[in-house]
Design a binder for this molecule. Structure first.
Ligand code: PLP
Length: 365
């Protein structure tokens, strides 16, 4: 049974069993999920288009709203086009369908999100792994690939959901320089989060190479739902022609698309949210450092806490809960054995709220 059941929208404060808690988890990075603007966007869309379009994109399931959202996303991402699909989970599968050719060799990040691992597993029974915190493993994997193989396709998370580690794109591109290669990133936790405009991992690193593609989700920073792949017209056309997930699934329902459109509009009018998110991430990380805890990646709003024993971590979560703070203990796939605490801040946490979390942690750790 799920222990915590929400009785209202997600946000910096949530209601569980009739009680309000400060919430430092989840992925509502820009604080959009509970915004009334998104609810109004959803209401307007449902009034006009109903709920489901009841068909896949290629069989009369596309509404005007889906096309509008694709335009808005491509404008935001600075790409020629974008494809919207049912879930973010389908993103890497759709990207691989679009780009993979016979003889290509896939190199996958160790412990990548299940959506990436499953997308790769259906295409190749065995692939080589590398670790993003030890790029010697990438060089070693490359040495194992014969000269007769096709392109090298590197697949990874832009930002790791649990540890908040940023994919070292410039270093990886440098290692791949001599090879015919593509890098495919799942930017679920980077889209709307990293970079000057929130475009994600490539913008964060200032990389604009044409051999880097990414997929993202609308369910995290943008507070709505559904997956997307922004990219060149060549990429999106290949995806629409080749991805069975895109062709076979009903796209996100109209109210969800209406909410996503409202979210991009709100973000465009409130650009300071991104700066606030980075400030809050910095505040949390500085505070953790003061407590003697590891706190890397200062602009990423996710901080992992691995405190040795499960008991110690669960104990801390319970003490914090008594103070009205919910910091979820995570056994999400990819968590270390024994679990971890995954802290996350959003753009709409106040500095007082973050200060209170740190103060309580100092008392109980
Ligand atoms: C890295 C990563 N990719 C994909 C997904 C799936 O996205 P969605 O939940 O929007 O389908 C998640 C988490 O939900 C994730 O953490």
């Amino acid at each position: 049974m799920d222990r915590f059941v929400l009785q209202g929208p997600v946000g910096p404060e949530i209601i569980i069993e009739g009680k309000s808690y400060l919430f430092f988890g989840g992925t509502d990075y820009l604080g959009m999920a509970g915004r009334p603007e998104l609810a109004r966007g959803a209401e307007k869309a449902v009034a006009r288009y109903g709920i489901s379009s009841s068909s896949s994109r290629i069989s009369v399931g596309t509404t005007e709203l889906h096309l509008e959202l694709e335009k808005v996303i491509s404008r935001f991402a600075g790409t020629e086009d974008a494809v919207v699909m049912a879930t973010g989970y389908m993103g890497m599968d759709a990207l691989l369908s679009a780009v993979l050719e016979k003889d290509d060799m896939i190199l996958i990040q160790h412990n990548a999100h299940s959506s990436i691992r499953e997308a790769v597993a259906v295409r190749t029974p065995s692939c080589l792994e590398f670790k993003i915190d030890d790029l010697g493993t990438l060089e070693e994997a490359l040495r194992k690939i014969s000269g007769e193989a096709g392109r090298i396709i590197v697949v990874a998370e832009g930002v790791s959901p649990l540890f908040g580690t940023v994919f070292p794109l410039p270093e990886v591109l440098k290692i791949l320089m001599e090879r015919n290669s593509l890098v495919l990133l799942d930017d679920a936790h980077a889209f709307g989060v990293l970079g000057e405009h929130g475009r994600g991992t490539a913008e964060f690193h200032g990389c604009s190479q044409t051999n880097t593609h990414f997929c993202a989700t609308l369910s995290k920073a943008f507070g709505a739902f559904g997956g997307c792949v922004p990219g060149s017209l060549r990429l999106t056309e290949a995806l629409r022609n080749r991805s069975l997930a895109y062709q076979g699934a009903t796209p996100p329902p109209a109210p969800v698309v209406g909410a996503a459109l409202a979210s991009f509009e709100y973000f465009a009018e409130n650009q300071e949210l991104l700066q606030k998110l980075h400030e809050n991430a910095g505040l949390l990380k500085q505070g953790l450092t003061r407590l003697g805890l590891p706190a890397e990646n200062p602009s990423v709003p996710v901080a992992p806490l691995c405190l040795g024993s499960t008991e110690k971590m669960q104990n801390l979560c319970e003490r914090l809960l008594e103070q009205g703070i919910l910091t979820p203990f995570s056994t999400y796939p990819g968590s270390p054995e024994g679990g971890m605490i995954r802290l996350a801040v959003s753009a709409v946490h106040t500095s007082e709220q973050i200060g209170f979390l740190l103060e309580c942690m100092e008392k109980f750790i």
